[in-house]
Design a protein around this ligand. Structure first.
Ligand code: NI
Ligand code: MN
Length: 232
């Protein structure tokens, strides 16, 4: 299984079970090396919340590839208006798709959908994802502040890989992401949601170094946009 980082919070998971993309912010993502034009085969598009750096190019990608949009009920209803395939879910619920099982987890964040007229559409609640595919358990936290129930997620799931925001300002900063890692106890952590914009500039190498000391059970993995983490 390959986990490809496209910058910000966008990850692609490629395996024999299927191709999934999470939070496909590509065209306006200064870190992304690809655009929706580069994607041919996608089975599912997971959207953590309605903000434009996460909803991103989801509609265009779904229209182009026929991929199934998986998100909360409110974003699902928004997406349906564009004639794409949608599977609605909500926090605490899980569903088994051909490519694996997805469970929506809480995230402390907004989920409004800004439209082109300067209005904010209601986008429900922001979420994260526990994804079980090809026998691996992945946790994408979405945009969130630190919350104590990460401890519960760590108890309930033997997480192989956690994707955690470290950018601060809108989401957890590095210090809180270390505490999150201690609670989640994943085998590996990839930091995300940093350096895309000046306000979320972070030293990810420093984060990995501190992680090594304070959360030694979890291996820190630094991916540059376009780089791949491969499960052996
Ligand atoms: Ni956000
Ligand atoms: Mn964001």
């Amino acid at each position: 299984m390959k986990v490809i980082f496209h910058g910000h919070a966008c990850f692609e998971i490629v395996s024999a079970a299927g191709n999934i993309i999470i939070d496909p912010f590509l065209r306006h993502n200064p870190q992304a090396k690809l655009t929706p034009d580069d994607f041919e085969e996608l089975d599912a598009i997971l959207i953590s919340h309605g903000h434009s750096d996460h909803l991103g190019d989801a509609i265009e990608l779904a229209q182009k590839t026929g991929a199934l949009i998986v998100s909360n009920f409110e974003i699902g209803c928004y997406a349906e208006k564009f004639g794409v395939r949608v599977h609605h879910m909500h926090i605490g619920g899980k569903y088994t798709f051909p490519f694996g099982t997805v469970k929506l987890t809480p995230a402390f964040h907004g989920s409004g959908i800004p439209d082109n007229d300067g209005n904010m559409l209601y986008g429900g609640l922001a979420c994260g994802f526990i994804i079980n595919t090809e026998g691996k358990i992945l946790y994408h936290a979405g945009d969130t502040g630190l919350f104590g129930d990460m401890e519960l997620l760590g108890k309930l799931f033997d997480i192989d890989l956690a994707m955690l925001p470290i950018g601060d300002n809108y989401v957890m900063g590095p210090d809180d992401a270390i505490i999150a890692t201690q609670m989640l106890r994943p085998k590996a952590v990839i930091p995300m949601h940093y350096n895309t914009f000046p306000v979320i500039q972070q030293d990810a190498i420093e984060f990995i170094n501190i992680l090594e000391k304070k959360a030694p059970v979890s291996k820190g993995i630094l991916l540059q946009p376009g780089q791949v983490y491969e499960f052996s």
